[in-house]
Design a protein around this ligand. Sequence first.
Ligand code: 5AD
Length: 398
Amino acid sequence: MAVSFDEELARILREQKWLKEDLVSLLALQDPEAIESLRAAAEAMLLEQCGAGVNLRGLIEFSNLCVCDCLYCGIRKGNRVVERYSLSDDEIIDSARWCAEKGYGSVVLQSGERRDRKFVDRLVANIRVIKEVTRSEKQPNGVGITLCVGEQTREDYQRLHEAGAHRYLLRMETSSRELFAALHPATQSYDNRLACLKTLREVGFMVGTGVMIGIPGQTIEQLADDLLFFRQLDIDMIGMGPYIPHADAAMPADLPVPDVATRMDLAFKMIGIARLMLRDVNIAATTALQALDPVGRERGLRFGANVIMPQVTPLHVRKNYTLYDGKPCLEDSAGQCATCLEQRIDSVGRFIRYDGWGDSAHFARRNNLPVGMNEAPAPHRHVPGQSANKIIKLHLKQ
Ligand code: 5AD
């Protein structure tokens, strides 16, 4: 069985056709040995194309005010229970400065969606200040800035790019029009989301997208289409994770949520297949993976992910940015998260790439830029083989 699957996988990799039926059969794999072959191939592809370094983006969730009403999301406009907040400029800038001092090469500025002038003006101003105050000998151009603030106009995307943000994450959530319509109110359109992804590319951003995995009613055919969608858009970065219910969300209750094991299994296969198919894109091991499995992010790394977004949102607001229930690291300070991460990443034989933006090799190759993938780990920061790692390794063997 495993031998014949290995041959089948070898054929798919050799042919590089990525037919939908091949994707569906990979997503449907159940045999643990076959899944391990898929994982090992994805990990090998990652090491060959991007190296063993893991790129960090300090995650600053700077506001949970939101004009959208996505049915699955804990901070949707219609949730009257959640306490709304916006960090002050100082809090945002200090969080970014902390990241730079720690050697995190990049930050993600993420928030609920707002499109008013005041919001964009403030964001533009904060980006400018962050770029200034995070310049150092090691980071002469300041930290890299990824934005995750939703659908905006072309003019505003341009302003944000000119201010110094160079990456943008905008998840499609699903490439299926029907499923998208079932997850969002009629005012939020599939076509506009898609148009925004194209505009972001035209404006010059490195563009990331992604989907939720295991949404009630979602089929593996739709997930196969999601992978084809990533390829069709020639996307640079991918962030995807399992769907996780939120008590104050508004999802229709008529369809069952797949069990945790099914959602996690599909999420890892999606990461592994995306790595094999798209080769040199950046893929995040998302927080949602860790919410459902204490070593979910490490597992994600082993399936070919190469980006982690450690929490640096100030503790006093963190609990109000719960998009889904069971979000991890709600109590740990940014410093605790940093120490814990080094050990976790080391436990899967990888190292943190400090002090660089960690851009997607795919973007670099497409634009004929140098691909920085072979730097050695910074020796003064690397803590190899700590005893705590053994515990994580044990988890991973299960
Ligand atoms: N489960 C999993 N992921 C979620 N997101 C929002 N709500 C949920 C949920 N209930 C993800 C979406 C969004 C990203 C910021 O968080 O994919 O794009």
